[in-house]
Design a protein around this ligand. Structure first.
Ligand SMILES: [Zn+2]
Length: 246
């Protein structure tokens, strides 16, 4: 399926790309390598992480074809132009930065691409470490990836709805967030960050490694209603003391 793709392989990272797209392949390799070092340390991986493969595709129909047929992930066709990356096990399909202009809603920006790669690789690490990725709640996975990638800090997509909600004192309940894909992306990171700041970084690793039934709060022995109250209070105080969100 990707026989006609060229290969850039160094260490345990492989980037497959189409001839002429060398610059994007090189950039992707560099960012993956950085993210791999960071995440290996963060998740306390002592051995070498299994080989990672990134596939850079140059147009929307190729993206759909590879995601569906190589990764085996079911997506709509043609896929939404907001889709630019899809992880599955140790593979990640990326719409190549050189194809953003014609095949996505985004304009290419190196810093944003770097955060995107971090985000997707976080999913790869989570899937590798967790006992059952199928039961992992979306708010947790997306929240963790947005936190570690730093998207919460820089990207309007993740940050603005939260700042607006806090300002207007309209913070959705966790059950409402859980039921909405969009809210998982927008608010998930605030719950992960609250857990990290309240219980420490080591709890993040424990949740990833031990949560096998989707009950994240069970790992920290927290009751939903009480947890939710404390999380909302923390959010409102964070707004007043904006240093928390800087
Ligand atoms: Zn994600």
């Amino acid at each position: 399926m990707i026989d006609n793709y060229l290969t850039l392989r160094r260490h345990n990272i492989e980037v497959r790309y189409i001839e002429g797209d060398e610059a994007s392949a090189e950039e992707t390799f560099i960012v993956l390598k950085e993210a791999l070092v960071f995440l290996s340390k963060y998740f306390c991986i002592r051995d070498l992480f299994p080989p990672i493969r990134a596939i850079l595709v140059l147009n929307r129909s190729e993206y759909d074809h590879i995601v569906i047929n190589l990764l085996g992930v079911d997506i709509e066709i043609p896929s939404n132009p907001a889709r630019i990356a899809q992880p599955q096990k140790t593979d990640i399909v990326f719409l190549s930065p050189s194809a953003y202009k014609d095949h996505s809603i985004y304009e290419y920006n190196l810093d944003e691409y770097r955060r995107l790669v971090f985000h997707e690789l976080t999913h790869v690490f989570e899937e590798y470490l967790t006992p059952d990725i199928e039961t992992t709640p979306r708010w947790w996975s997306e929240g963790l990836a947005a936190c570690l990638a730093g998207q919460w800090r820089y990207e309007d997509e993740f940050r603005q709805p939260v700042l607006k909600g806090i300002k207007e004192k309209r913070i959705p309940d966790i059950e409402i967030i859980r039921a909405s894909t969009q809210l998982c992306y927008e608010w998930g990171w605030t719950i992960v960050m609250f857990i990290e700041r309240t219980y420490g970084t080591e709890i993040i690793l424990r949740i990833v490694k031990e949560c096998n039934n989707g009950n994240v709060l069970g790992i920290i022995s927290a009751d939903l209603k009480n947890f939710e109250k404390r999380w909302k209070k923390w959010l409102l105080e964070s707004w007043e003391n904006s240093a928390n969100f800087a």
